[in-house]
Design a protein around this ligand. Structure first.
Ligand code: HSE
Length: 308
């Protein structure tokens, strides 16, 4: 028996909501988990890289693969040992770009294995295991549930989450550059501590984002997409981010631009066709940096992961 799960890409943080806010995008990976009939055949992992943009040689294809590690935790949860299996990962989500590719494969592997086991784990368990493997829940929650999610890992390892309706005419433009940025590096440059003033700034802005989305208040959203916790430190790693922020600051129908997850993709949120009006100026910034950028304007993905 085999099960395939289709999982969306995600963009995390939305500026001030570090490790907490995220939303799903209509770009997908498909993860298939298959019971192997030959006992003792071990774990077989195959990657079909549909974008041809992955350094597949650097990805472990054995028990050290994160998909297998997540599945092992699920087996442990149900009191079993992980058996021999074949895992196939078909990828369309660009990797190491801040679009939740690792969260997507963890979620896909877990959901497929759970189905093969007869669905012993509910969504809360899958969310908690996936967040433990990923280290934070901001990509994992929207990858599972779709839409715009607020998620928090609690002290006991459980994850609280909430999904809030995203305004239909708020469009999401992802600017995906042709270079990669390892999340570990993008996290390692963050300071160990920040000032109370900066923490208070972020609490204000993240709270305002949730309220703006809930009330569909574009004016408030425009004041909210600002951060003092990670973006000021990461900006130097993300070509064009500072210039883009300045360019878009006072443009009509642009709500803001933020680093997507740990970067280097940048997310621009606009109202209706707001992005089209600035697209040429945006492209010029990347031309000046000699960076090829895949620019896609998308609607939010509201369904989340699905067994197909
Ligand atoms: N919240 C995470 C970060 C997302 O910004 O490091 C990347 O996985």
């Amino acid at each position: 028996m085999k099960v395939t799960v289709k999982v969306p890409a995600t963009t995390a943080n939305l500026g001030p909501g570090f490790d907490c806010l995220g939303l799903a995008l209509p770009i997908y990976n498909e993860i298939t988990v298959e019971e192997t009939v030959m006992p003792g055949s071990g774990v077989e992992i195959n990657i079909i890289d549909e974008n041809n943009d992955m350094d597949t040689l650097s990805i472990p294809l054995d028990e050290n693969n994160i998909v297998y590690k997540a599945i092992e935790l699920l087996y442990n949860f149900v009191g079993q040992s992980a058996s021999d299996m074949k895992i196939t990962i078909k990828t369309q989500i660009p990797v190491t770009r801040g679009l939740g590719s690792s969260a997507s494969v963890i979620v896909g592997g877990l959901m497929a294995a759970n189905k093969l086991l007869g669905s012993p784990a509910d969504d809360a368990v899958l969310l908690s295991i996936a967040s433990e493997v990923e280290g934070h829940p901001d990509n994992v929650a929207p990858a599972i549930f779709g839409g715009f999610c607020v998620a928090s890992i609690e002290e006991d390892g459980s994850v609280s989450y909430s999904k809030i309706d995203w305004p239909e005419n708020w469009k999401l433009t992802v600017l995906i550059p042709d270079y990669e940025l390892d999340t570990k590096i993008a996290r390692s440059i963050l300071p160990e501590t920040i000032s109370v003033a900066d923490a208070a700034y972020n609490i204000r802005k993240a709270s305002m984002i949730i309220d703006s989305v809930y009330r569909k208040d574009a004016d408030m959203m425009k004041k909210s997409l600002k951060d003092k916790l990670h973006q000021p430190y990461r900006a130097e790693l993300i070509k064009g981010f500072t210039e883009l922020t300045q360019l878009l600051e006072n443009k009509d129908d642009i709500l803001g631009c933020v680093i997507s997850g740990a970067g280097p993709t940048i997310l621009v949120i606009s109202v209706n066709d707001g992005f089209e009006k600035v697209e040429d100026e945006v492209k010029q910034i990347f031309v000046d940096y000699n960076v090829n950028c895949d620019i896609r304007t998308l609607n939010i993905e509201n369904e989340g992961s699905k067994i197909i």
